[in-house]
Every structure is written in C-alpha cells, then in structure tokens.
Design a protein around this ligand. Structure first.
Ligand code: UT7
Length: 320
C-alpha cells in the first residue's frame, strides 16, 4: 500500500494560550513549557463535517483518482454529534462517493489503525482505492472550566488516499487494559427497565499516567517494529509521532538517540487533534516538500484505552 493523496483542514478560529488565561487559572508560560502548545484551532462557525469534507476533497484531488474510483471510505473518529449514521456515511454523498464505509474509534491511534485495515483490504483485493478520513473535535469532550484538559486539545481533520504500491513495510498495533486513565462518557436514553444513574461526564484524564504510558508504550512499539524489520533508529529519516505533548516526543527521541530534526512537530500550532494529528502533519510536510521521495518514515501514536499503533513506510512524492 502507498499513500497517493493527502489533505487537511482546520477551523478558522485560532485560540492562543493568553486567550485561555483570560478565563482559566493558567498561563502561556505553563502551557508552552509543559506541552509545547502555543495555539489551537477550535470549531466555532464550521462543523466537523465541513472540515472532514475539505480534507477529503483535497486528498482526492491530489491523488488524481476520480471519486467514482474510490471503493472504500474508512473514517477515524472518536465522537461527533451523531451516533448514527456514521461520519463516513454523512460524508459519502457530498464527496460524490458510493461505496461501503464505517467509522473506526481507535482513539488518537485511529489513523494508524485505519491504515492497517486499509492495507489488509488492499492485500485481499477487497478494495483498490481507499479514502481514509480522520476528523476529530476533542475540544467538545472537555470541561472548559478545567485547566488540566481543555488547554491540550484542538479540532481538525486529515485525509489520505491509499492504493496498491510499494510503500508501507510493516504495522504494529497494540491494546492494553488501562481504560481508566482517559475516558469520555456519553449517556444513553432511559428505558422503563433501566434508569440513568450516571450523567454525561466530560473528558476524564490522569495526565501523568497517560504521559507515562504514552512514552513507555511508544518506545516499546518503535523498538519492536524496528527490530522486526532488522532496522535501527538511524534507518528512519523522519519520525511522525502523535502530536500530544512536545515533552512526550522529546522523551521518545532521547531514548532513540536521534537528532531533533527527525521529529517534526505541529502541536505548537494545533494542540492535540487526536487521530487527525499525524495526518495533518503528513499533509503539511508533503505539501511543503519536506517529505523526500524514498524517505523512510515511522508513524507512532497512542490514545485512550490504552491503544497504540506504529508503522514504517517508504514515501513516494505526491505532485500537488
Ligand atoms: O492523546 C492523549 C491525550 N492526553 C495526553 O497526551 C496527556 C499526557 N499528559 C500530559 O501531557 C501532561 O501530564 C500534562 C500536560 C497534562 C500535565 O503536565 P505535568 O507536567 O504532568 O503536570 P502535572 O499534572 O504534574 O501538574 C503540575 C501542576 C499541578 O499543580 P500543583 O499540584 O503542582 O500545585 C497542576 O494543578 O500544574 C498544575 N496544572 C496547571 N497549571 C497551569 C495543571 N494544568 C495546568 C494548567 N495551567 N493548564
């Protein structure tokens, strides 16, 4: 499988750390030094569907594939205002697609999970051209009176078109049983037989524990996937890691003893956009010519659950 088209979209509204300090007991210096985040884009006038469509249309246009040739749509999304239909179903008609679709909730690792599934669909001949859309609005899960979570997230969407070709070399997905460290609950309707005892609760996060799990599990994944492919950290040209916290990326980089230039980041501009983060990074680097033809990339992401995913691929240049 190889990536033949990329796209991304962000909300227009840019929110700085100073703007948050206007209503939260926080500061630009705390957020910048603890996370690396300086601004984030938050949905205000647009919807998540608008972002997803913009990213998807850009990815389809850059791939050179016609919408009618896309034969599967995988949509990575943790939650949006619709439980049903899936976000994928909502996107089909405006994109001019008529193909099977489903939403996948792999938390922040959802894009790597989607790529792994797309790879197996291509290998079994189930599809030829697959559109993957990762669209997330994590700002809508947070309690905006709580400084511990609300400063971390941003909204955004990314899309990739993938097709048969020489690109992805290997995947490694994991799932652990730490559901308590990061969760967001929605309530269902009451029935005559089951009363609602619990109310909807905004995102709950044990930040320190998520930090620890993120660093240890990503290092574990990266070490394992490199070893499995008889590679060392030096064989990777760029590490495209989930953009949650600059210090998490720094800890992984120090373990791998690799130079900082190999770890591009954009969380400083967008915050943590959940499963969209690696896709937005790929789109930006590709469009600005920073992904060289033949470069070896390593993707690694972690998220609530606790799930993680890593992949190694050789990049083929896309002409925009
Ligand atoms: O995709 C997965 C999503 N989640 C993550 O990636 C989160 C991973 N974890 C982290 O990124 C970090 O743990 C945080 C950025 C959330 C927190 O950084 P930390 O260095 O682990 O800080 P801490 O939780 O140990 O808190 C240190 C202090 C506390 O005050 P005291 O108890 O020392 O007085 C917090 O109350 O910082 C305080 N604090 C804040 N202060 C100003 C926590 N949040 C804030 C804030 N502004 N926004």
């Amino acid at each position: 499988m190889k990536i033949t088209g990329t796209g991304s979209a962000l909300p227009e509204k840019v929110v700085t750390n100073d703007m948050l300090a206007g209503f939260l007991d926080t500061s630009d210096s705390w957020i910048t030094s603890r996370t690396g985040i300086r601004t984030r884009h938050l949905l205000s006038t647009e919807t998540l569907t608008d972002l997803a469509l913009k990213a998807a249309n850009a990815a389809i246009a850059s791939s050179g594939v016609q919408p009618e040739d896309i034969d599967y749509l995988i949509c990575s999304n943790v939650a949006n205002s619709y439980v049903s239909p899936s976000l994928g179903s909502i996107l089909l008609a405006p994109l001019g697609l008529c193909c099977p679709t489903f939403d996948l909730n792999g938390a922040c690792a959802g894009l790597v999970y989607s790529l792994d599934i797309a790879d197996s669909f291509l290998k079994t001949g189930r599809a030829k051209n697959i559109l993957i859309v990762a669209a997330e609005e994590p700002s809508r899960f947070c309690n905006w009176h709580e400084r511990e979570t609300s400063v971390l997230f941003g909204d955004g969407a990314a899309a990739l078109v993938v097709t048969e070709g020489e690109g992805f070399k290997d995947f490694l997905l994991t799932a652990d049983t730490h559901t308590e460290v990061l969760y967001y609950k929605r309530s269902l309707e009451e029935t005559p037989y089951d009363r609602l005892d619990e109310k909807t609760e905004p995102l709950v996060m044990n930040g320190r524990e998520v930090f620890r799990l993120a660093v240890t599990s990503c290092i574990d994944d990266i070490d394992k996937i490199l070893e499995k492919n008889n590679m060392s950290g030096h064989d990777i040209d760029l590490y495209l890691l989930h953009q949650a916290n600059f210090r998490i990326i720094e800890s992984i980089r120090q373990h791998l003893e690799q130079p900082r230039e190999k770890f591009p980041t954009n969380m400083q501009n967008y915050g943590n956009t959940s499963s969209a983060s690696i896709g937005i990074l790929i789109d930006e680097l590709s469009r600005t010519g920073q992904l060289k033809d033949g470069a070896t990339l390593l993707l690694s992401a972690f998220g609530g659950g606790f799930v993680t995913g890593a992949a190694i691929l050789k990049w083929s240049q896309i002409n925009y």
